[in-house]
Ligand binder design. Structure first.
Ligand SMILES: [Cu+2]
Length: 180
């Protein structure tokens, strides 16, 4: 869905997040990992929700990670880097741009800004975290840690779950495909 005002879009995303109480990262991380709180991971005022990835084929060397970042603070912050050394040699922040009617990915210059009081959804067809140099295919049910670095809030680690196509968060269903 497209809304003309960023603030409305942010509120819509928050609404969707609230409608997904069974988001795997939130629902399960508290049970089998004693060190993790059963709730959104936070870096200062930044709440990280619904971190998930798509399965990859055996040939793929890249994969996308999607997450919703909610800035509950009074100042804008910027996601400057992400890292998942357990599964990928390096990680980039990507967006999609239209090029002659074709959606292409390219690195985001300067990071991804998270405006104060708003939520930014990294999702298929838009902003995403790109895992490069995958060490092994991502299989449904796999989990791996992802470290996020923010310009002001510092670093935070979230757990990413690889979701099969039918289990993707609802807001992802309308996104364009993601491929390399
Ligand atoms: Cu990408």
């Amino acid at each position: 869905m497209t809304m003309p005002f960023p603030r409305l879009t942010a509120l819509t995303l928050l609404g969707l997040a609230a409608l997904l109480p069974a988001a795997p990262v939130l629902a399960q991380s508290g049970h089998d990992h004693a060190g993790h709180a059963a709730g959104p991971m936070a870096a200062g005022p930044i709440m990280a929700m619904q971190a998930w990835a798509r399965p990859t084929t055996s040939q793929a060397k890249a994969g996308g990670v999607f997450i919703t970042l909610h800035n509950t603070g009074a100042d804008a912050d910027t996601l400057t880097a992400a890292a998942a050394p357990a599964v990928a040699e390096r990680t980039e922040l990507h967006t999609h741009v239209m090029d002659g009617g074709v959606a292409r990915m390219r690195p985001v210059e300067g990071g991804i800004e998270i405006p104060a009081g708003q939520a930014v959804a990294l999702q298929p067809g838009g902003l995403h975290i790109m895992l490069m140099g995958l060490k092994a295919p991502l299989k449904p049910g796999d989990r791996f840690p992802l470290t996020l670095t923010f310009a002001k809030a510092g670093t935070s680690q979230v757990e990413v779950e690889v979701l099969p196509p039918g289990k993707e968060p609802a807001q992802a269903a309308t996104g364009m495909g993601h491929s390399h």
